[in-house]
Design a protein around this ligand. Structure first.
Ligand code: NAP
Length: 300
């Protein structure tokens, strides 16, 4: 099982040292500002976890609740806040918590946010750098979950070069950036989606399968997705990303049936303790990167 803990602990220790260095050399403490835009309990929980993570490595953090504006004025007020944060030197990193629930358009928000503070790697500039392969995986502002998937795969020496990678999902947040990262490591990576034909056959041919649909059959019926051992070939590697909470029962439902896959996979992530942990630590690493970008022109 590809548990994230050993790598995440190592990364966090380095991040804590980086925070101390930046404080000592520049008199600045990296600070992550999380924006709560959609008004739901899960987003609040994620924002709280981000603040806890920052505290653990000595960073500052702030949560700003922007979910209470009237819908008619929310876009303007949220964009005003983004511009204010762009100019605020104490806020070295900004993360708008998704989903936005229609309160602001994603396009408008990520066009307004400074790419130097964009620790989710979702501004057009950051996505453009990724598309042009102008990045280094360790020290670029890349989307956190795809970066976490690749770092964990590398840590466990999952064979990537020349492998066929099937990614279920094509979002700008997860599927597409991940496809590009794998492609840049000389894999042949493809994103699949709800209109893909012959998904069963294509998954069975893949050397690495990443499941990132977030559509559990318990909630989505026929249009849902669940990966079991019937879907993959012997010796494949499976990475579990997709998860959705059943609002009625409070139960977390995952894309991957990990129990059925034990004994079939060469490498397998558990549903908890792997990609979620990596996503969180990559956000901290990106927060260091953002602070460094902003301090770049200053001495020492
Ligand atoms: P999203 O924007 O809803 O995208 C889901 C993608 O899956 C879409 O491209 C969709 O296809 C595809 N899809 C849905 N049902 C499918 C099916 N039955 N067969 C094939 N493809 C299907 O979600 P997201 O933001 O990418 O996130 C994906 C999942 O990862 C979510 O569950 C999210 O909670 C989870 N996630 C986890 C972490 C973590 O830390 N563990 C971090 C980020 C995201 P269409 O494009 O055709 O609609």
């Amino acid at each position: 099982m590809m548990l994230a803990k050993p790598l995440a602990e190592e990364m966090k220790a380095k991040i804590a040292r980086d925070v101390a260095d930046i404080k000592k050399n520049f008199g600045v403490t990296p600070k992550l500002v999380a924006l709560l835009i959609g008004d739901d309990g899960v987003s609040r929980t994620y924002v709280d976890l981000k603040r806890k993570d920052c505290q653990e490595v000595g960073m500052e953090s702030e949560a700003i609740d922007l979910s209470h504006f009237e819908k008619s004025e929310s876009q303007r007020k949220i964009l005003d806040k983004i511009r204010e944060l762009n100019d605020d030197n104490s806020a070295t990193a900004v993360i708008p918590q998704m989903p936005f629930d229609g309160r602001v358009s994603e396009e408008a928000l990520f066009s307004a946010l400074s790419p130097d503070k964009d620790v989710d790697g979702l501004t057009p500039y950051r996505l453009g750098k990724l598309m042009r392969s102008e990045y280094s995986i360790e020290s670029a502002l890349l989307p956190c979950t795809p970066k976490g998937v690749v770092l964990l795969s590398k840590h466990y020496n999952v064979p990537i070069e020349s492998s066929d990678v099937a990614i279920v999902g094509r979002s700008t947040l997860v599927g597409e950036p991940l496809r590009k990262l794998f492609q840049d490591l000389n894999a042949t990576a493809t994103c699949y989606h709800t209109k893909s034909r012959s998904l069963d056959r294509k998954l069975k041919e893949a050397d690495i399968v990443v499941a990132a649909s977030g559509r559990p059959p318990e909630l989505y019926g026929e249009s849902g997705f669940r990966l079991t051992k019937e879907n993959v070939k012997q010796g494949t590697s499976v990475i579990s990303v997709g998860v959705r909470r059943d609002e009625k029962s409070g139960k977390m439902l995952f894309d991957v049936d990990t129990n059925s896959l034990k004994g079939t996979c060469a490498y397998l992530t558990p549903n908890t303790g792997a990609i979620g942990v990596m996503t969180r630590v990559c956000l901290l690493q990106n927060t260091i990167t953002a602070a460094r970008i902003q301090l770049h022109s200053k001495t020492p």
